[in-house]
Design a protein around this ligand. Sequence first.
Ligand SMILES: NC(=O)c1ccc[n+]([C@@H]2O[C@H](COP(=O)([O-])OP(=O)(O)OC[C@H]3O[C@@H](n4cnc5c(N)ncnc54)[C@H](O)[C@@H]3O)[C@@H](O)[C@H]2O)c1
Length: 329
Amino acid sequence: MKILITGGAGFVGSHLADKLHAEGHEIVVIDNLSTGRYANIAHLEGKERFRLIIDTVLNERLMEELIREADRVFHMASAVGVKLIMERPVYTIENIFKGTDIVLSFCSRYRKRVLIPSTSEVYGKGTAVPFREDDDILKGSTSKHRWAYACAKELDEFLALAHWKESRLPVVVVRLFNTVGPRQTGQYGMVVPRFVKAALRNEPLYVYGDGLQSRCFAHVADVVEALPKLLETPACFGQVINIGNDREITIKELAEKVIQLTGSKSEIRYVDYKDVYGDGFEDMRRRVPCLEKAKKLIGYNPTRTLEDIINDVVREFRREMMKSEGASA
Ligand SMILES: NC(=O)c1ccc[n+]([C@@H]2O[C@H](COP(=O)([O-])OP(=O)(O)OC[C@H]3O[C@@H](n4cnc5c(N)ncnc54)[C@H](O)[C@@H]3O)[C@@H](O)[C@H]2O)c1
């Protein structure tokens, strides 16, 4: 099949490109390299059945052509990361919503199966444990920019479901919970790569807030195994489905685990959210996915542990550190 992956030079998109290319599919990646990196897909360039286009999904003429020629579309392009959202709210809202609108319109016109990733952020301030796909949703005020990301993604969901309702567009909405693994950068505020990098340098690990907020981390390899299955399962069309891992850990415990697994001499320091993100930031205490729906629909059962994730990220950073030490020697 010919598969279009928008944002395919990003973290999740590049792992998806690797997997689908290895299965023999023809892969077309469009990415503007805003948060993605050429290095993530450099190993695929020059191979048969792979094409990289550096451009934006907001280029409508190009997107029409790419979608018309594709058999499947994975729309992984998005403004991503809490730090980016706090710093560039206009870009975030426009990039997310306009991009998804363009992708859905052409997928609808040419009747293409499309996967739209959403996020656990849409559960907002909800306190249910675990979060179920049909839970009510409570967000903070619009003066708190943090919620702009969640609301833009929520609007993506509404639009996708509207296309399903009005014209039976074969669309699947996936709410990804924290997904982690090699190639994710700490640059945009992602906690695991940020901690690992600091630990390997024996620098302090900065925990925001009291560190008792918890998260569940899924290995990217588990996630990219699930995404194509969802798109190949017609029972998933018109559905919103949680994907992640339901093992919960506090950020303080995560910092301790990273220090232990790296054998680091780092200490843990606590900083106020306000000092990191400025005013207008609110966080959620817990975010645990209910995975029953994914299990029922595609037999989803993530097998990689948090230790696997940390060890894989450590291995990648050590390799990169050795490379840059070798280059500067
Ligand atoms: N990683 C996670 O934990 C997580 C959690 C929830 C949701 N998601 C969602 O999964 C998807 C992929 O996220 P990721 O973690 O791989 O992030 P990422 O930043 O690594 O990937 C996004 C990619 O999209 C590209 N991009 C952004 N705007 C673009 C545009 N206008 N045109 C073309 N390319 C553009 C970026 O350069 C990047 O390569 C996103 O929709 C994100 O919201 C990820």
